[in-house]
Design a protein around this ligand. Structure first.
Ligand code: AMP
Ligand code: MG
Length: 400
């Protein structure tokens, strides 16, 4: 039996970054960069006015001075003639500064009469001007590899002339449920049956993690059917099974995995829920996660082990589970020899720091009591009661 940290270390030592592909800028949102994006130009690409007003030579622009207006520059146009002494050019926000000018006086600090411009304020050199290359120079890396592309990063790539981007291919993740008792969501359970909630939950988890799901469906507790499903699942980057791994008479999954050539690197983890968890690898490169069918165990196992492996495949920077400290709102009861993971909600305490409250739930089969949780509390093995106000380790559960 491994500790949670040991099991995660095993997972991370096996997971490697996936291959790359090129996608269009619009298709890159949510994807992870496999190469840095370089800006192909200086930015701004020219000396630029940041105001609607008049481009001037700051030395001429004393409060009360009168300058003569010699032209106009709209955004998108250009003036090559240099500004001479006591001249001003009307300029709009975003337009290029004419040669010779070194400042812009905002229109509201002037009055105009024909070609005469009267200044009602002075202006300092460089005021309301951004010089060419002030933000980045041509060739600068503006987005690093390992970054997930959000709307701002899409805008940066567009500014930099990157019409297509090199990203890591999305991993394929086969999922399967096992159990004769499982029926579809749209069916009503007959005696002894329960609805298959793990497959829809795992599909959502895969989507949230940025993977492509191959849903093998529910496989009966039948060795031949399980063998065939595993064979299909091993062609993906990851295979996640739920159920059929405990000590029951119909728990065929571990033997079927072994016979399919899966080498087990983790067998049992000292955690609650999720003790029977198995992690293995196959010669095809597929990483295999066999999680207990109890919906909470499936969720927690996916969150603690599968997600970080997917993040590593994607080459995301800063992968792994990031535990933060938060103060307990209510005490936690003493625990046994396994680390415990409790559904919880995070809030802000009176002192402005993070606080966390365990959700009330009826035990490991109760997924309802997990709904709405935005964090997992991690309670150490063999801990006595932890009083309210004490700090515990917490993992945030990102919401969609
Ligand atoms: P197992 O790991 O197969 O022993 O299953 C443990 C518990 O989880 C049993 O109560 C199963 O009925 C339940 N279970 C297994 N698979 C699923 C699933 N896909 N959806 C909901 N519950 C499940
Ligand atoms: Mg079962």
């Amino acid at each position: 039996m491994r500790s949670v940290d040991e099991a995660l270390a095993c997972v991370m030592s096996m997971a490697s970054r996936g291959p790359t592909e090129t996608v269009s800028l619009d298709d890159a949102v949510g994807r992870v960069l496999a190469e840095p994006v370089l800006c192909d130009i200086d930015y701004p690409p020219f000396d630029k006015s940041m105001m609607d007003g008049f481009a001037v030579r700051s030395g001429d622009a004393a409060d009360g001075a009168t300058l003569s207006i010699v032209g106009q520059i709209a955004a998108g146009s250009w003036r090559s003639a240099a500004l001479e002494a006591n001249q001003a050019v009307q300029i709009n926000t975003g337009a290029p500064l004419p040669p010779g000018a070194d400042a812009v006086i905002p229109v509201e600090k002037t009055s105009v009469s024909g070609d005469a411009l009267s200044l009602r304020a002075s202006v300092n050199p460089e005021q309301h001007v951004t010089r060419r290359g002030a933000y980045v120079s041509a060739g600068d890396a503006v987005l690093g590899s390992g970054l997930r592309m959000g709307p701002v990063e899409i805008g940066v790539a567009a500014t930099s002339g990157a019409a297509s981007l090199t990203v890591v291919r999305r991993p394929t993740i086969s999922i399967m449920g096992t159990g004769d008792e499982l029926i579809d969501v749209s069916d009503r359970p007959k005696p002894g049956q329960i609805r298959n909630s793990n497959s829809p939950m795992m599909r959502a988890l895969v989507r949230q993690a940025g993977g492509v799901c191959d849903d093998i469906g529910v496989v009966c507790d039948d060795r031949r059917a399980i063998d065939a499903a595993i064979e299909r699942g091993l062609t993906s980057d990851f295979l996640c099974l739920s159920g059929g791994i405990s000590m029951g008479a119909f728990d065929f999954v571990p033997d079927a995995l072994r016979q399919a050539g899966v080498e087990f690197v983790v067998k049992k983890v000292a955690m609650k829920p999720g003790k029977p968890t198995i992690v293995g690898r196959h010669a095809s490169g597929c990483l295999v996660f066999a999680l207990p069918g109890n919906p909470l165990s499936t969720f927690v196992g996916f969150w603690l082990f599968v997600r970080p492996a997917i993040d590593q495949f994607l080459g995301l920077t800063g992968v792994g589970n990031r535990w933060i400290g938060a103060k307990l709102v209510a005490p936690l009861a003493a625990t046994g020899p396994r680390e415990c993971f409790w559904p919880a909600t995070i809030g802000l305490g009176d002192d402005g720091g993070l606080c966390v409250e365990k959700q009330s739930w009826a035990g490991s089969g109760d997924l309802f009591g997990f709904a709405g949780a935005d964090a997992l509390i991690r309670q150490p093995a063999n801990s006595g009661e932890i009083p309210a106000g004490h700090s515990v380790r917490v993992l945030q559960l990102e919401r969609f």
